[in-house]
Design a protein around this ligand. Structure first.
Ligand code: DP6
Length: 332
């Protein structure tokens, strides 16, 4: 199940696209090429249904550059322009109006859904007929994790080996219906995060003695995760996903200065998830470059997990969602 990518050709005034956030189970953390934004290793993620970015792109009349409004606030348009520039040749400047259904910049992958929605809407407004894999390469230039939001359900971003990055792209692993896992996001701090993913992974690459070991271990994790997902083996997926997240954070903790993304609420959630699993609940955790905890649950188990995490000291609130489709156009 993927969102619709192309409208029939017509003169377009304004295009709306949506993309779900995604959560990596095998993490992306570090790059083989900074300028082209090529990850050092592959990653595997799930795309979420209800944590989404909706983006409207419309050509601007007359002169003037791009404009970017996020959640009602005018923003620096340079990051948006850099991505649109990859799609437009002599095409007009645009006004881009984006809205997230969840807190921006708090480790909930808003840059992933944001860039994915942007490339889908941008390609449509410029009248380009580009397939999803090619769009994932464009989205990747904006944010590595964004490439994965082009696909629904279970998705893999391939690091590729070519210098120009033309084989660094996402592909679908399975549709959401293959294994309708549920996700509980425990928000332990809804403010903006202190160190962005990009800055944090650069600092880890430059200074962490554990970074080479981290990169060397990812291919094995990808193999394990692919197999666990294909066979719907929850215990195996829990083991490799928690291992990947903890290793990513271990490499970041060992940077100089050390990157400590977690707070007391984060740790409380990690322990609670482990206790729930020991008690027979199908749940495991993952954590990105921020203090929120994402609890991945077997179908039907997220209610109990949400109730437990919501009751912990240090948890502001919880969000619940299932798996959703890849980025696509929204009908007017
Ligand atoms: C911890 O995709 O935000 O969420 O490519 O520099 O924009 P840039 O990084 P970004 O990093 C995501 C890091 C992560 C793990 C993941 O999503 O795989």
């Amino acid at each position: 199940m993927q969102g619709r990518l192309h409208d029939p050709p017509r003169k377009v005034n304004s295009v709306t696209a949506r993309a779900g956030a995604n959560i990596a189970l095998v993490k992306y953390w570090g790059k083989r090429d900074l300028r082209r934004n090529l990850p050092a290793a592959g990653s595997i993620s799930i795309t979420l249904a209800d944590l989404e970015t909706v983006t409207i792109v419309e050509p601007r009349e007359g002169s003037g550059g791009d404009q970017f409004v996020l959640d009602g606030q005018e923003q620096d348009s340079d990051p948006v322009s850099r991505v649109l520039d990859l799609l437009r040749e002599n095409r007009p400047a645009c006004r881009v109006v984006s809205r997230n259904s969840f807190p921006t910049g708090a480790g909930l992958a808003s840059s992933a859904s944001g860039h994915a929605a942007l490339v889908v809407a941008g390609a449509a407004v410029f009248g380009l007929d580009i397939d999803r894999v090619a769009l994932s390469r464009v989205a990747r230039r904006g944010s590595g994790s964004a490439a994965r939001s082009l696909f629904g359900g279970f998705c893999e971003l391939h690091a590729g080996v070519l210098e120009d990055g033309s084989d660094c792209q996402a592909s679908a692993l399975h549709e959401p219906a293959h294994w309708p896992l549920e996700v509980v996001v425990a928000i332990t701090d809804s403010g903006p995060k202190a160190v962005s993913s990009r800055a944090g992974m650069n600092q880890t690459m430059d200074t962490s003695p554990y970074y080479p070991a981290w990169v060397a271990s990812v291919d094995d994790d990808l193999d394990l995760a692919r197999k666990a997902i294909a066979e719907r083996d929850f215990e195996a997926l829990a083991a490799v996903s928690e291992h990947s997240a903890l290793k990513m954070h271990a490499s970041a903790l060992a940077a100089q200065p050390g990157l400590l993304y977690w707070n007391a609420g984060t740790l409380a959630c990690l322990h609670a998830v482990r206790e729930l699993r020991a008690a027979g609940v199908g749940v495991f955790f993952t954590v990105d470059a921020g203090p929120q905890v994402k609890a991945i649950c077997l179908p039907g188990q997220s209610g109990r997990v949400a109730a437990t995490l919501a009751g912990l000291a240090g948890v502001e609130r919880v969000l619940q969602t299932g798996l959703g489709p890849g980025a696509g156009l929204v009908s007017a």
